[in-house]
Write a protein of this length. Sequence first.
Length: 344
Amino acid sequence: MSKWRQFASESVPKETLPPAPPMLHTPAVAWRPKLILLVLGASLGLVPVAVALGPALAEEPVLTGARDESRPAIAHARGGDVLVWTLSRPSGLTDAYLRKGSNPRIKLNRTGRGINGDVDPPWVIYQHILSGQSDIRLYRLDKHKHVAAPRGLNTERWELRPQISGNWILFQRDRAGLSEVTDLLLLNRRTGAKRLLASGRYGDPPRDLVSGQVKGNWATWEKCTSVCNAYVYNIGARVTTKLPKPSGPDPVHVWAPAVTAQGVVYAAQRVNDCGNAVQLVRYRRSGDPATGTALLTLPAGIDADHLFARTKGDGSVEVHYTRVTCGDPERTDIYRFVDPAPPG
Protein backbone atom coordinates (compact mmCIF):
# COMPACT_ATOMS: atom_id res chain seq x y z
CA MET A 1 0.00 0.00 0.00
CA SER A 2 1.36 3.43 -0.86
CA LYS A 3 1.85 6.06 1.81
CA TRP A 4 -0.95 8.13 0.20
CA ARG A 5 -3.51 5.35 0.47
CA GLN A 6 -2.41 4.21 3.90
CA PHE A 7 -2.87 7.70 5.32
CA ALA A 8 -6.26 8.09 3.68
CA SER A 9 -7.60 4.75 4.83
CA GLU A 10 -6.58 5.20 8.46
CA SER A 11 -6.25 1.42 8.71
CA VAL A 12 -3.23 1.90 11.00
CA PRO A 13 -3.20 3.60 14.41
CA LYS A 14 -3.92 7.29 13.97
CA GLU A 15 -0.83 8.48 15.85
CA THR A 16 1.61 6.41 13.74
CA LEU A 17 0.52 7.66 10.33
CA PRO A 18 3.29 8.75 7.95
CA PRO A 19 3.65 12.48 7.22
CA ALA A 20 2.25 12.34 3.68
CA PRO A 21 -0.55 14.16 1.83
CA PRO A 22 -3.54 12.05 2.78
CA MET A 23 -6.13 12.24 0.07
CA LEU A 24 -4.77 11.01 -3.26
CA HIS A 25 -6.92 8.27 -4.78
CA THR A 26 -5.86 7.46 -8.33
CA PRO A 27 -6.23 3.74 -9.04
CA ALA A 28 -2.50 3.30 -9.66
CA VAL A 29 -1.75 4.71 -6.23
CA ALA A 30 -4.49 2.70 -4.58
CA TRP A 31 -3.22 -0.56 -6.05
CA ARG A 32 0.51 -0.48 -5.43
CA PRO A 33 0.90 -4.24 -4.78
CA LYS A 34 3.33 -5.49 -7.43
CA LEU A 35 1.18 -8.39 -8.57
CA ILE A 36 -1.69 -6.11 -9.54
CA LEU A 37 0.62 -3.66 -11.30
CA LEU A 38 2.12 -6.55 -13.28
CA VAL A 39 -1.33 -7.64 -14.41
CA LEU A 40 -2.25 -4.12 -15.44
CA GLY A 41 1.14 -3.52 -16.99
CA ALA A 42 0.95 -6.61 -19.18
CA SER A 43 -1.06 -4.63 -21.70
CA LEU A 44 1.00 -1.41 -21.71
CA GLY A 45 0.53 0.57 -24.85
CA LEU A 46 -3.20 0.05 -24.97
CA VAL A 47 -5.47 3.01 -24.36
CA PRO A 48 -9.04 2.92 -23.04
CA VAL A 49 -11.58 1.54 -25.49
CA ALA A 50 -12.87 4.55 -27.36
CA VAL A 51 -15.77 6.44 -25.92
CA ALA A 52 -17.47 9.21 -27.88
CA LEU A 53 -15.14 12.12 -28.53
CA GLY A 54 -16.24 15.54 -27.39
CA PRO A 55 -14.73 18.94 -28.16
CA ALA A 56 -10.95 19.20 -27.89
CA LEU A 57 -10.58 20.94 -24.54
CA ALA A 58 -7.44 22.29 -22.88
CA GLU A 59 -6.41 22.00 -19.27
CA GLU A 60 -5.36 25.16 -17.45
CA PRO A 61 -3.23 25.52 -14.30
CA VAL A 62 -4.97 27.00 -11.25
CA LEU A 63 -2.54 26.39 -8.36
CA THR A 64 0.95 25.05 -8.91
CA GLY A 65 4.06 25.27 -6.79
CA ALA A 66 6.77 23.45 -4.94
CA ARG A 67 4.33 21.97 -2.43
CA ASP A 68 1.45 19.62 -3.20
CA GLU A 69 -1.93 21.24 -3.79
CA SER A 70 -5.03 19.06 -4.07
CA ARG A 71 -8.77 18.56 -3.49
CA PRO A 72 -10.12 21.76 -5.09
CA ALA A 73 -13.67 23.05 -4.78
CA ILE A 74 -15.01 26.39 -5.99
CA ALA A 75 -18.22 28.41 -5.78
CA HIS A 76 -19.34 31.98 -6.35
CA ALA A 77 -20.16 34.19 -3.38
CA ARG A 78 -20.64 37.90 -2.89
CA GLY A 79 -17.26 39.49 -3.52
CA GLY A 80 -15.98 36.88 -5.95
CA ASP A 81 -15.24 33.22 -6.37
CA VAL A 82 -14.29 31.19 -3.30
CA LEU A 83 -11.67 28.52 -3.91
CA VAL A 84 -10.90 25.96 -1.22
CA TRP A 85 -8.12 23.38 -1.37
CA THR A 86 -5.56 21.34 0.56
CA LEU A 87 -1.91 22.42 0.74
CA SER A 88 0.95 20.26 2.00
CA ARG A 89 3.51 21.52 4.49
CA PRO A 90 7.25 20.91 4.05
CA SER A 91 6.80 18.08 6.57
CA GLY A 92 4.23 16.42 4.30
CA LEU A 93 1.28 17.10 6.64
CA THR A 94 -1.54 19.24 5.25
CA ASP A 95 -3.73 22.27 5.90
CA ALA A 96 -7.09 23.35 4.50
CA TYR A 97 -7.22 26.79 2.87
CA LEU A 98 -9.74 29.14 1.31
CA ARG A 99 -9.27 32.18 -0.89
CA LYS A 100 -12.01 34.61 -1.86
CA GLY A 101 -11.40 36.57 -5.04
CA SER A 102 -7.92 38.08 -4.96
CA ASN A 103 -7.83 38.33 -1.16
CA PRO A 104 -5.08 36.60 0.84
CA ARG A 105 -5.67 32.94 1.56
CA ILE A 106 -7.02 31.85 4.96
CA LYS A 107 -5.95 28.69 6.76
CA LEU A 108 -9.07 27.00 8.11
CA ASN A 109 -7.49 24.65 10.64
CA ARG A 110 -5.84 26.86 13.23
CA THR A 111 -4.57 23.76 15.02
CA GLY A 112 -3.76 20.23 13.97
CA ARG A 113 -4.09 19.18 10.36
CA GLY A 114 -6.70 20.10 7.77
CA ILE A 115 -7.96 18.45 4.58
CA ASN A 116 -10.35 20.35 2.34
CA GLY A 117 -13.88 19.18 1.72
CA ASP A 118 -16.21 21.53 -0.17
CA VAL A 119 -17.72 25.00 -0.44
CA ASP A 120 -21.41 25.85 -0.79
CA PRO A 121 -21.77 29.51 0.26
CA PRO A 122 -22.00 30.53 2.99
CA TRP A 123 -20.63 27.15 4.09
CA VAL A 124 -17.15 25.69 3.85
CA ILE A 125 -16.67 22.14 5.13
CA TYR A 126 -13.42 20.33 5.84
CA GLN A 127 -11.76 17.53 7.81
CA HIS A 128 -9.87 18.46 10.98
CA ILE A 129 -7.36 16.08 12.57
CA LEU A 130 -6.13 16.78 16.09
CA SER A 131 -4.79 14.57 18.90
CA GLY A 132 -5.60 11.33 17.13
CA GLN A 133 -9.18 12.33 16.34
CA SER A 134 -10.72 13.34 12.99
CA ASP A 135 -13.91 15.41 12.86
CA ILE A 136 -15.72 17.49 10.28
CA ARG A 137 -15.87 21.26 10.76
CA LEU A 138 -18.00 24.00 9.24
CA TYR A 139 -16.92 27.57 8.54
CA ARG A 140 -19.28 30.44 7.60
CA LEU A 141 -17.90 32.74 4.92
CA ASP A 142 -20.29 35.59 5.69
CA LYS A 143 -19.52 35.60 9.42
CA HIS A 144 -15.82 34.69 9.11
CA LYS A 145 -16.03 32.09 11.87
CA HIS A 146 -16.47 28.42 12.61
CA VAL A 147 -19.89 27.18 13.66
CA ALA A 148 -21.04 24.10 15.51
CA ALA A 149 -21.39 20.94 13.47
CA PRO A 150 -24.96 19.62 13.07
CA ARG A 151 -26.04 16.82 15.36
CA GLY A 152 -25.21 13.36 14.16
CA LEU A 153 -22.17 14.42 12.16
CA ASN A 154 -19.20 13.93 14.49
CA THR A 155 -18.63 11.03 16.87
CA GLU A 156 -15.67 9.49 18.67
CA ARG A 157 -14.96 7.66 15.43
CA TRP A 158 -12.96 8.93 12.43
CA GLU A 159 -15.06 11.18 10.14
CA LEU A 160 -13.52 12.21 6.84
CA ARG A 161 -13.96 13.34 3.19
CA PRO A 162 -16.95 15.69 3.62
CA GLN A 163 -18.94 17.32 0.81
CA ILE A 164 -21.87 19.72 1.17
CA SER A 165 -24.81 20.95 -0.90
CA GLY A 166 -27.77 22.69 0.69
CA ASN A 167 -28.98 20.56 3.60
CA TRP A 168 -26.99 17.51 2.50
CA ILE A 169 -23.58 16.50 3.83
CA LEU A 170 -21.88 13.51 2.21
CA PHE A 171 -19.06 12.04 4.30
CA GLN A 172 -17.37 8.87 5.49
CA ARG A 173 -17.04 7.36 8.95
CA ASP A 174 -14.83 4.52 10.09
CA ARG A 175 -16.92 1.75 11.62
CA ALA A 176 -16.46 1.14 15.34
CA GLY A 177 -14.33 -1.89 16.13
CA LEU A 178 -13.46 -2.44 12.47
CA SER A 179 -10.78 0.08 11.57
CA GLU A 180 -10.54 -1.23 8.00
CA VAL A 181 -14.23 -0.65 7.27
CA THR A 182 -15.59 2.74 6.24
CA ASP A 183 -19.22 3.75 5.65
CA LEU A 184 -20.38 6.40 3.21
CA LEU A 185 -23.17 8.43 4.81
CA LEU A 186 -25.55 11.15 3.66
CA LEU A 187 -26.72 13.46 6.45
CA ASN A 188 -29.61 15.92 6.29
CA ARG A 189 -28.42 18.94 8.33
CA ARG A 190 -31.96 20.14 8.93
CA THR A 191 -33.56 16.90 10.16
CA GLY A 192 -30.52 14.96 11.38
CA ALA A 193 -31.59 11.93 9.30
CA LYS A 194 -28.77 9.79 7.89
CA ARG A 195 -28.60 7.33 5.01
CA LEU A 196 -25.99 4.63 4.51
CA LEU A 197 -25.09 4.70 0.81
CA ALA A 198 -22.17 2.26 0.64
CA SER A 199 -19.51 0.51 2.69
CA GLY A 200 -15.96 -0.48 1.84
CA ARG A 201 -13.00 -2.28 3.34
CA TYR A 202 -9.29 -1.65 3.04
CA GLY A 203 -7.18 -4.77 3.04
CA ASP A 204 -5.67 -7.50 0.88
CA PRO A 205 -6.82 -7.61 -1.86
CA PRO A 206 -7.15 -3.82 -1.60
CA ARG A 207 -10.57 -2.28 -1.59
CA ASP A 208 -11.44 1.34 -1.48
CA LEU A 209 -14.45 3.58 -1.03
CA VAL A 210 -14.08 7.32 -1.67
CA SER A 211 -16.80 9.96 -1.50
CA GLY A 212 -17.29 12.08 -4.60
CA GLN A 213 -19.27 15.30 -5.01
CA VAL A 214 -22.80 16.00 -3.80
CA LYS A 215 -24.86 18.61 -5.64
CA GLY A 216 -28.58 19.25 -5.45
CA ASN A 217 -30.36 15.91 -5.83
CA TRP A 218 -27.22 13.93 -6.68
CA ALA A 219 -24.34 12.29 -4.83
CA THR A 220 -21.38 10.38 -6.23
CA TRP A 221 -18.62 8.07 -5.06
CA GLU A 222 -16.08 5.53 -6.27
CA LYS A 223 -15.46 2.01 -5.05
CA CYS A 224 -12.49 -0.13 -6.04
CA THR A 225 -12.05 -3.89 -5.72
CA SER A 226 -10.10 -5.39 -8.63
CA VAL A 227 -11.16 -2.34 -10.68
CA CYS A 228 -12.58 1.08 -9.82
CA ASN A 229 -16.22 1.93 -10.51
CA ALA A 230 -18.05 5.23 -10.10
CA TYR A 231 -21.61 5.59 -8.84
CA VAL A 232 -24.27 8.31 -8.94
CA TYR A 233 -27.14 8.39 -6.44
CA ASN A 234 -30.51 10.05 -6.95
CA ILE A 235 -31.27 11.40 -3.48
CA GLY A 236 -34.99 11.97 -4.04
CA ALA A 237 -35.63 8.60 -5.69
CA ARG A 238 -33.08 6.74 -3.53
CA VAL A 239 -31.68 5.02 -6.63
CA THR A 240 -27.99 4.20 -7.19
CA THR A 241 -26.56 3.80 -10.71
CA LYS A 242 -23.11 2.48 -11.63
CA LEU A 243 -21.61 4.38 -14.54
CA PRO A 244 -21.33 2.03 -17.54
CA LYS A 245 -17.91 1.29 -19.01
CA PRO A 246 -16.72 0.59 -22.54
CA SER A 247 -15.82 -3.03 -23.15
CA GLY A 248 -12.34 -4.20 -24.07
CA PRO A 249 -9.62 -6.75 -23.36
CA ASP A 250 -8.47 -4.98 -20.21
CA PRO A 251 -10.47 -3.75 -17.20
CA VAL A 252 -11.55 -0.12 -17.43
CA HIS A 253 -11.24 1.98 -14.28
CA VAL A 254 -13.59 4.89 -13.60
CA TRP A 255 -12.96 7.04 -10.52
CA ALA A 256 -13.09 10.52 -8.94
CA PRO A 257 -16.68 11.36 -10.00
CA ALA A 258 -18.09 14.89 -9.79
CA VAL A 259 -21.70 15.88 -10.48
CA THR A 260 -23.74 18.95 -11.40
CA ALA A 261 -27.18 19.88 -10.11
CA GLN A 262 -28.56 18.51 -13.40
CA GLY A 263 -27.07 15.08 -12.74
CA VAL A 264 -24.29 15.32 -15.34
CA VAL A 265 -21.24 13.41 -14.12
CA TYR A 266 -17.54 14.00 -14.84
CA ALA A 267 -14.95 11.34 -13.98
CA ALA A 268 -11.51 9.99 -14.85
CA GLN A 269 -11.15 6.84 -16.95
CA ARG A 270 -8.29 4.57 -18.07
CA VAL A 271 -7.21 0.93 -18.30
CA ASN A 272 -3.55 0.84 -17.33
CA ASP A 273 -0.99 2.26 -14.91
CA CYS A 274 -0.71 5.81 -13.58
CA GLY A 275 -0.58 8.40 -16.35
CA ASN A 276 -1.28 6.04 -19.26
CA ALA A 277 -3.73 7.84 -21.59
CA VAL A 278 -5.99 9.06 -18.79
CA GLN A 279 -9.22 10.55 -20.10
CA LEU A 280 -11.57 12.98 -18.36
CA VAL A 281 -15.02 11.91 -19.41
CA ARG A 282 -18.54 13.36 -19.22
CA TYR A 283 -21.59 11.16 -18.62
CA ARG A 284 -25.36 11.61 -18.68
CA ARG A 285 -25.69 14.86 -20.63
CA SER A 286 -28.14 14.77 -23.52
CA GLY A 287 -26.37 13.16 -26.47
CA ASP A 288 -23.70 11.38 -24.41
CA PRO A 289 -23.45 7.62 -24.92
CA ALA A 290 -23.90 5.52 -21.80
CA THR A 291 -20.13 4.96 -21.59
CA GLY A 292 -19.40 8.69 -21.69
CA THR A 293 -17.89 11.37 -23.89
CA ALA A 294 -14.13 11.91 -23.63
CA LEU A 295 -13.40 15.63 -23.23
CA LEU A 296 -9.68 15.63 -22.46
CA THR A 297 -6.78 13.16 -22.65
CA LEU A 298 -4.01 14.00 -20.21
CA PRO A 299 -0.34 13.93 -21.24
CA ALA A 300 1.69 10.77 -20.68
CA GLY A 301 2.76 10.46 -17.07
CA ILE A 302 -0.10 12.65 -15.81
CA ASP A 303 -3.08 11.34 -13.87
CA ALA A 304 -6.09 12.93 -12.18
CA ASP A 305 -7.99 12.71 -8.92
CA HIS A 306 -10.81 14.46 -7.06
CA LEU A 307 -12.82 16.18 -9.79
CA PHE A 308 -15.16 19.02 -8.81
CA ALA A 309 -17.82 20.39 -11.21
CA ARG A 310 -19.32 23.89 -11.14
CA THR A 311 -22.04 25.06 -13.55
CA LYS A 312 -21.52 28.68 -14.57
CA GLY A 313 -24.07 31.30 -15.53
CA ASP A 314 -23.61 30.73 -19.26
CA GLY A 315 -24.37 27.00 -18.93
CA SER A 316 -20.77 25.86 -19.26
CA VAL A 317 -19.29 23.56 -16.61
CA GLU A 318 -15.93 24.32 -15.03
CA VAL A 319 -14.21 21.19 -13.75
CA HIS A 320 -11.36 21.55 -11.27
CA TYR A 321 -9.22 18.54 -10.44
CA THR A 322 -6.08 17.35 -8.73
CA ARG A 323 -3.44 16.87 -11.45
CA VAL A 324 -1.05 14.09 -10.49
CA THR A 325 2.48 13.81 -11.86
CA CYS A 326 3.21 10.10 -11.62
CA GLY A 327 6.44 9.02 -9.99
CA ASP A 328 7.94 8.23 -6.63
CA PRO A 329 6.85 10.38 -4.96
CA GLU A 330 3.83 11.61 -6.87
CA ARG A 331 3.38 15.38 -7.27
CA THR A 332 0.04 17.18 -7.27
CA ASP A 333 -1.23 20.53 -8.54
CA ILE A 334 -4.67 21.96 -9.24
CA TYR A 335 -5.87 22.35 -12.81
CA ARG A 336 -9.19 22.93 -14.53
CA PHE A 337 -10.97 22.68 -17.87
CA VAL A 338 -14.22 24.21 -19.10
CA ASP A 339 -16.90 22.13 -20.82
CA PRO A 340 -18.90 24.48 -23.09
CA ALA A 341 -22.66 24.76 -22.69
CA PRO A 342 -24.68 22.40 -24.89
CA PRO A 343 -25.79 23.94 -28.19
CA GLY A 344 -29.16 25.63 -28.26
